[in-house]
Every structure is written in C-alpha cells, then in structure tokens.
Design a protein around this ligand. Structure first.
Ligand SMILES: Cc1cc2nc3c(=O)[nH]c(=O)nc-3n(C[C@H](O)[C@H](O)[C@H](O)COP(=O)(O)OP(=O)(O)OC[C@H]3O[C@@H](n4cnc5c(N)ncnc54)[C@H](O)[C@@H]3O)c2cc1C
Length: 502
C-alpha cells in the first residue's frame, strides 16, 4: 500500500521565513521527508527584521544552537526590551521590558502593590522596581535566571542580529540536515485539475519541481497562497495605518545599548537596532500623512552615526491572509501577513506557525480538520498581537499632527476597548491563554502610554503601610545589588560572543 505520509516538501523562498521553516522542519521531521527550498537571488529578500523577542530562544533550543556561536555568527547583540519615545505623550519615554517589574506577592501582580503605594504618595514609577530597566539604562547584560535565592526572576532577553547573516546561518544548519537548495525564479505554478491542489512549480530555466506539501515563504507577494490559489488578504490599515518604511544602516556608536529604540515622529516612527558592526535604522510611516522624501530626511537627520548604505524603501499593507493554510499550501512569514515591526513579532510568528504546522502535520489525504484548526489558531494569534500593537498608537495624548489625531480618535476592535476599560478600573487584566504578550507587557505598555488605573485591587490592602514600603524597598535593594554584579553589555559580548569583524 502506498504510504500516506508526506514525503516531499517544497519551500518557496529563502528569506528568514524559508530558512527557519527549512531548519525546523528538517530537524523535527527527520530524514524520511525530502525538503527542497527554492529561492531566487535575482529577487532577493526583504533583508530587514533584525530585532526579536525572547521566544526565539525556544527556536534556538529546538535547533540545538549554541547561543554564543549564534550571536557571534550573526554579529548579534542582546535585547532586554524596547524604549518607546514620544508615543503616549511628546517628550516622554518608557521601556517595554521583557521582564516583570518587582515580585508578584500572594498571587497578586506587583503593579497592584505599586498602584496602592502610589495612591499613598509614593512618587516612584513602575520602572523604579524593574531589574531590566536598571540593567538596560546602565548598559549591562548577563545571563541571570534568578536574583540570588529570591523569587525575583532574572533577565529575560532576546537578540538583535543581521538579517542576512541570520538567513545564512540557518541555511548552513538546514543544508547540514539534508535540505536541498535550488536557485531559480519560479515562473509557473501548476494546479491539479480536479482538486486545485498545487502539483508543481516551474523555474525560469524550465525545471519542474513537484511536491506533496508546499510552504509559501515567498514574501509579501504570496506567490502560491495568493497568486496561484487566490486566497485573499484582510487589510488592517484602518487600525495599523503605517504602510511604508525607509531603512538605512549607520556606523555604531558607544555605548552598546541592550535594547531597541522606537521613536515616534509626526507620521510614523523610527527604529534603532544596535548590532556589533553597525546600527540598523528605519522609519516606518503612513503615506497618507507624509511623503517618502520627508521621511528619508527625518531618518537621516536622526541617525547616531554616519550612514553606511543607501536608504532602502519598502512598502506593505498591514493585515493577514484570509486563510494561512489552503489545500496543500501553508504560508509563512510575509506571505501570510504582516503586522508592522513595532514589537518585533514577525520572526516570532514564523517560528510559532512552523511549530503549529508540525503539531498539526497532515498526511497526503490533507484532512480538512487540520487546515481548519491551524487557521483558527494562527488567526487568533494574529488578532491578539494586532490589539497589542494598536494600543501603542491609539492610547496617546498626542494631537500635534494629523497622523496622531487619526490614531487617537480611530475606532479600535472591541476586544481592545474592553481590555483598556478593565485596566483603567482597578488595574485588572484579562489574560487570553494564547496571547503572546504576558500581563507584564500589557501593564508596561498601558502605563507607559499613559493609561493609569483609577484604583487598585483590594488584595493589595492586605499589607500594612509599613509592610508595603518595606516590600518595595527590598525589591529596590535586590535590583540594585543584582545590577551592580552584572558586566556591561559590551564586556559580556567581548568575553563570550564577539564577532570576527575583519
Ligand atoms: C520595515 C520592516 C521591518 C521589520 N522589522 C522586523 C523586526 O525587527 N523583527 C521581526 O521579527 N520582523 C521584522 N520584519 C519582518 C521580517 O523582515 C520578515 O518577517 C522576515 O524577513 C521574513 O520575510 P520572508 O522570508 O517572509 O520574506 P522575504 O524576505 O521577502 O523572502 C522571500 C523569498 O522568496 C523568494 N521568492 C519570491 N518570489 C520568488 C519566485 N518567483 N521564485 C523564487 N523565489 C522567489 C525570494 O527570493 C526570497 O528568498 C520587518 C519587516 C519590515 C517590512
């Protein structure tokens, strides 16, 4: 009897999505499945996408990567969070860190104790109780799981890296696990007449490559999922209005920061990503409110060092595919949707969706239930991230430009309105089990954007005023001591993962 197992996977595209899929699938599915990756040097990749979130460490573990080698090979640095400047209020900043502020006590979140102390006159901000904040602004970094023998968690971190070097590094891993790379431009996609499934793709030199399962990692265009299979795209621009970016690298400047910067401008925002050999910069914007020329000028005027490349222009539409999996094709990366780079979620979505695909891996019968469940899970994940991103634009006091007036007054999804109202009452959060962003992320961004709860949870009253101030002082002492013992970010890299920059 013919095997019903998928034996032949074709990945279309060799950007970050294609090579993550190739490396993870070859590792997880083993040698019984043939994997071919097709990419076209003539078309190239998007080549941005250099900031990540801590979940990438799970992918690294699955791939069996040595973290120091990975950072060295990609000219990488460490990331403790994102500094948001001018978002909630012009002239104000906050750091969305990857860690919790303080220590949760008796099953109540730390921010509730902080809210009570504030009501009693404590002038300290939430971040005065954050280890990540203290480490980041002292330019320090270390691998710290826990603070001493206390229940305070240590440093949660992610990476900044060179996107081109990252794809090259993953390619080496994937090819070592048996993935075959084919260079060439796909000019035709053949569908089976009866089922509409993809049979094969044809390259410009005439070669035809067939497969059981096709993974579309062809970037914004969605060569298979969109062009060949006609799956539509839900446009979310009314909530996430930015639709273009200009990116440019510049010379590095000291000190080496262990965080990304996201600085809001009149009609968008600018990223700053520190790498070992250069700083990555870009200005994301909405063309309905500005021009590419004006944005390029703002970007170049706000670099820390001299530019080292010509500005690169990118266009996109925020949103998602109507279906991520259709027939025998699963889309990943930009082919499946794009929620703009504000919280560095795209690379995470690639890895998360590859692991969902492996969990729900089909056989040649392609039972519709696998496809339905995959589309449900991925769609839900997209919506949760979407709401978190909209929060940054919508909860603002800014009315100083047409763009910010639009963002402040736009209608937002009810799911977000409800979350904001719940928090504004007495600092409560409804946590969806599938939400990528933890309570502490929602708290930091809501407070950072200026959404301050009117009251706090009654349980915070269980401590006497003396106990409360003793607890808060202890937290600060622990943070002070832990930060003092950390090396600088630069010293840590020099000692463990310095890139060969010759
Ligand atoms: C401005 C901007 C900033 C971003 N910043 C971040 C960030 O900080 N963090 C983050 O996580 N993500 C970020 N992203 C997203 C990130 O860049 C992408 O998720 C990531 O690069 C994956 O892209 P991809 O592989 O899906 O597509 P691409 O990089 O576009 O790769 C597409 C591949 O398909 C191939 N291809 C296309 N057509 C054909 C054809 N006809 N024949 C053969 N091959 C073909 C191409 O050659 C290429 O190899 C950012 C995106 C943008 C636009």
């Amino acid at each position: 009897m013919e095997s019903q197992h998928i034996e032949n996977i074709v990945i279309v595209g060799g950007g970050t999505a294609g090579w993550i899929a190739a490396a993870a699938m070859s590792k997880m599915l083993g040698a019984g499945v043939k994997i071919t990756l097709i990419e076209s040097d003539a078309i190239g990749t998007v080549g941005v996408g250099e900031a990540t979130i801590p979940q990438i460490r799970r992918l690294n573990a699955v791939l069996g990567l040595d973290e120091n080698e990975f950072v060295r090979e990609t000219n990488g640095t460490f990331k403790l969070g994102i500094e948001f400047n001018n978002w909630g209020h012009l002239g104000e900043s906050y750091l969305h860190t990857f860690g919790d502020a303080g220590i949760n006590l008796a099953s109540l979140h730390f921010h509730q104790y902080w809210l009570r102390s504030r009501a009693e006159g404590n002038p300290n901000g939430l971040w005065d109780y954050s280890l990540h904040h203290k480490a980041a602004y002292n330019h320090k970094f270390g691998r710290l799981d826990r603070v001493g023998n206390t229940s305070m968690t240590g440093l949660a971190y992610a990476f900044h890296f060179d996107a081109g070097l990252y794809a090259r590094y993953l390619r080496k891993l994937a090819e070592a696990s048996g993935v075959t790379r084919v260079e060439g431009k796909i000019v035709d996609v053949a569908l089976a007449a009866e089922t509409g499934f993809i049979d094969s793709v044809t390259l410009d030199r005439g070669e035809t490559i067939s497969g059981d399962l096709f993974v579309d990692c062809s970037g914004f265009r969605g060569l298979l999922i969109g062009d060949a299979l006609g799956v539509g795209y839900q446009d979310w621009s009314k909530w996430l209005p930015c639709n273009g970016a200009v990116a440019v690298g510049c010379e590095s400047t000291a000190p080496l920061l262990p965080y990304t910067k996201a600085t809001a401008h009149d009609a968008g925002w600018q990223w700053r990503i520190p790498l070992q050999h250069r700083t990555g910069n870009g200005h994301v914007f909405c063309e309905e409110f500005t021009t590419e020329e004006a944005v390029t000028e703002t970007l170049l005027a706000n670099l820390d060092g001299a530019p080292i490349s010509d500005p690169k222009r990118l266009r996109f539409t925020t949103g998602r595919r109507d279906k991520f999996w259709h027939k025998n094709c699963v889309s990943l990366g930009l082919a499946s949707g794009f929620l703009e780079p504000l919280e560095s979620t795209s690379i995470h979505l690639i890895q998360s969706n590859v692991s969902k695909l492996i969990e729900l891996f089909p056989d040649k019968a392609f039972d519709a239930s696998n496809e339905i469940e995959y589309n449900r899970q991925v769609g839900h994940e997209y919506e949760l991230i979407r709401d978190f991103l909209i929060l940054h634009y919508h909860r603002t006091d800014r009315e100083d430009s047409e763009f910010w007036r639009y963002c402040k007054h736009m209608d937002v999804p009810e799911s977000l309105t409800e979350k904001m109202a719940l928090f504004e009452g007495n600092g409560l959060l409804y946590k969806d089990a599938d939400d990528l962003f933890r309570e502490s992320s929602w708290v930091q961004v809501m407070v950072g954007q200026g959404l301050m709860p009117k009251n706090f949870h009654a349980m915070a009253n269980r401590l006497s005023s003396e106990q409360l101030s003793g607890f808060l002082n202890d937290v600060q002492r622990l943070i002070q001591r832990a930060t003092k013992d950390l090396p600088t970010h630069q010293d840590f890299i020099n000692a463990h993962c310095k890139a060969d920059l010759q």
